[in-house]
Design a protein around this ligand. Structure first.
Ligand code: COA
Length: 357
């Protein structure tokens, strides 16, 4: 067995230079070799919210299906970096590899710790990653699925062998937990998820069809104003809203319901796959009613479209990898299956990824 540029042995199916963009001879497949996730310890229930805003458990459950969510211990500095590091460590351990085995890390987040450096670098540092390339990607709730498509194609193209994709978000820092913010604050929770993708000689494994879309005109339906210039025309510029998520819930709901169905249809058509051939739809958890409407539209049984929103709320970029990790650990997502990742959110963005595992 020969060695790569870093002196590591590499297997005999054509891998070349390793991290940094060497090319591998021949076509390769892509497999998921590990996953990990993290939920902060602090649980914020609907009853807790009743104490700080004019709302009720009944209203929240009926409109969203959410009963509780986890939020970071901000006072002690818990945020995106720390959650991401937990998820990455767990995914590496699940994949039975170390930090040095990674060639690239992508962190999908809209709540990066700082403008510079990228949170992926901070997470890598926490975990002891010393040589892999790393960067953040922001496509809001669709970020993880965007990053998965990117990671897959980079591996399939032959330039990278092992890529960690993280979805980490800490929306609690962007919430107004008062009656003024009740339409938004009830939905979001904090979490991190990570999946590790690796080249395999089995070329059947990998993405069968994917989609990434955006419509910038809809930016104003979910945004976080930083300055008074950031409010859309016609909307009052309110300094108390700076740094807090502004969401037009009804518009997003309408967008999500139609987008969800269209996206499933588009992806199945591209992959020439029938809905009944998909073993699991791993969907962004935005609202129980949106998920249930997709189930009904495609006649999917409950065990084919996973729902955990009741326990965790909408965890933005972490939503899909958190579901993936829970499903893998429960043995419900495994090798040989076809699974579809689906997400939509701020931007407006929407994306899918249909896999042969
Ligand atoms: N508790 C009690 N009442 C609330 C409330 C809360 N937490 N939030 C809003 N309300 C009130 C409103 O003030 C409004 O009262 P009014 O009629 O007296 O003005 C009423 O409930 C209806 O508000 P509306 O915003 O139309 O509610 P809705 O039925 O659209 O539900 C959401 C709100 C946010 C739950 C819903 O729109 C939704 O889930 N949207 C999608 C959000 C989403 O998925 N975002 C993430 C995308 S990735």
């Amino acid at each position: 067995m020969s060695q790569d540029l870093h002196g590591r042995p590499h297997s005999g199916f054509g891998f070349g230079a390793g991290a940094g963009g060497g090319t591998f001879a021949g076509r390769v497949g892509v497999e998921i070799v590990g996953s990990g996730s993290y939920l902060p310890q602090r649980v914020l229930t609907n009853q807790d919210l009743e104490k700080v805003m004019d709302t009720s458990d009944e209203w929240i459950v009926q409109r969203t299906g959410i009963r509780e969510r986890h939020i970071c211990d901000a006072a002690n500095g818990e945020a995106t970096k720390r959650m991401g590091a937990h998820a990455l460590r767990r995914a590496l351990s699940d994949a039975k590899i170390g930090p040095d085995d990674l060639d690239l890390m992508i962190c999908a987040t809209m709540t990066g710790e700082m403008n510079c450096p990228a949170t992926a670098n901070l997470i890598g540092h926490e975990v002891g990653v010393k040589r892999a390339g790393s960067f953040d990607l922001n496509a809001a709730c669709s970020g993880f699925v965007y990053a998965v498509n990117l990671a897959h194609d980079l591996i399939r193209g032959g330039a990278y062998r092992t890529v960690a994709v993280m979805g980490v978000d800490c929306l609690s820092t962007l919430m107004d937990y008062s009656t003024a913010g009740r339409g938004t604050a009830i939905i979001f929770g904090d979490a991190a998820g990570c999946a590790i993708f690796r080249a395999t000689p089995d070329t059947r494994k990998g993405i069968l069809a994917q989609a990434m879309h955006a419509d910038g005109e809809g930016w104003k339906e979910i945004f976080v104003p930083r300055t008074m210039h950031d409010f859309p025309a016609g909307q009052a510029c309110d300094p108390s809203k700076l740094g807090k998520v502004q969401m037009n819930g009804a518009a997003v709901f309408k967008f999500a319901v139609s987008t969800f169905s269209n996206l499933i249809e588009e992806t199945l058509e591209k992959g020439n796959v029938k809905p009944e051939e998909v073993d699991m739809f791993i969907c962004h958890q935005s609202n129980m009613r949106i998920l249930k409407s997709a189930r009904e539209r495609f006649g999917l049984s409950e065990d084919k479209l996973y729902i955990n929103i009741d326990r965790v709320g909408n965890t933005v970029g972490a939503s899909v990898p958190l579901c993936l990790d829970e499903l893998r650990k429960a043995g419900k997502v495994r090798e040989g299956q076809k699974v579809m990742f689906l997400a939509f959110g701020g931007g407006l963005t929407w994306a899918s990824s249909l896999w042969q595992l």
